[in-house]
Design a protein around this ligand. Structure first.
Ligand code: SAM
Length: 266
């Protein structure tokens, strides 16, 4: 499992290069994409494609070759294979057949983003891509928002504004960092409260580039300190039915439902 650069080709490791030269075969997510990397480093090892649609079938063929003594490098288009990228099935199949799996570390957007973010690094939680649909995304944000760690997500540029709107709705105005185009010419870190970063992005003609979103750990205010109306808003933002949320808040606070209604109308 060999990591490749996420932008800057100088991030290819010396060990990774040596192994890409030495192995019998390179299994790539996209052969044309990896070919450009290999050409840059004058590597002529044969390549075969594997990707999320053929990974299951391809995994057993690759493992057969490995079991017969051949060495196979697995790479994805960029960064560390298996990290929001294919590779998992190959590893599973290889381990089932008693084939040794060797990770060759290197670039990964999640680690680069965290290292440059300025947010707490003692505990962090990487949760891959947020769901594309609003309802599921809000549910996911409500769940991850309970975790006391810096939260890290991958997000597509065309969805970033709606995702940030959901972060604000579900988690409130937390401190966030948007890490864009890491290791590339236009690398950028946007830091601020959710609405501040949204305001910066909204002034741009279009959202472009690769993006990693980090959300700071902020101790959730003890339930009793959050006003009842805000507590209802958060639960609804997290996907709970409004009536159910009112009932829950009333029960948690020892209030009558009409008192929670009154707070909502104020
Ligand atoms: N396996 C890769 C890794 O280890 O980082 C991630 C692959 S995933 C399909 C691609 C996503 O990673 C992008 O949509 C973006 O969210 C994030 N990403 C990749 N390269 C990036 C970069 N240079 N700057 C910021 N985020 C990046």
């Amino acid at each position: 499992m060999i990591a490749t650069p996420i932008g800057n080709l100088e991030d290819m490791t010396i060990r990774g290069l040596r192994l890409l030269r030495e192995v019998d075969l390179i299994a790539c997510e996209d052969t044309r994409h990896t070919q450009r990397l290999l050409e840059h480093f004058a590597i002529t090892t044969p390549c075969v494609s594997y990707h999320e649609h053929n990974e299951a079938a391809r995994a057993s063929q690759l493992v057969e070759r490995m079991a017969s003594g051949q060495t196979v490098a697995v790479v994805s288009d960029a960064g560390t294979p298996l990290i929001s990228d294919p590779g998992y099935r190959v590893v599973q199949a290889a381990l089932e057949q008693g084939v040794t799996v060797i990770p060759v570390p290197g670039a990964s957007a999640v680690m680069a983003a965290l290292a440059g973010s300025g947010l707490a690094t003692d505990a962090f939680c990487f949760a891959g891509f947020l769901p594309p649909k609003q309802g599921q995304r809000r549910k996911a944000l409500a769940m991850w928002g309970e975790v006391e760690a810096t939260l890290i997500f991958y997000e597509a540029p065309h969805r970033i504004l709606e995702a940030l709107a959901d972060v604000a709705a579900v988690m409130g105005e937390r401190q966030i960092v948007l890490a864009r185009e890491l290791t590339k010419l236009h690398e950028e870190f946007l830091r601020g409260r959710v609405s501040e970063v949204m305001a910066i992005l909204s002034h741009r003609a279009a959202q472009k580039g690769e993006m990693t979103l980090l959300i700071s750990r902020e101790k959730a205010a003890p339930a009793a300190e959050v006003p009842p109306a805000e507590a209802v808003r958060r639960l609804v933002g997290g996907g709970m039915d409004r009536m159910e949320a009112i009932k829950k808040v009333a029960k948690d606070r020892g209030l009558a439902k009409r008192e929670v209604y009154a707070a909502l109308e104020r």
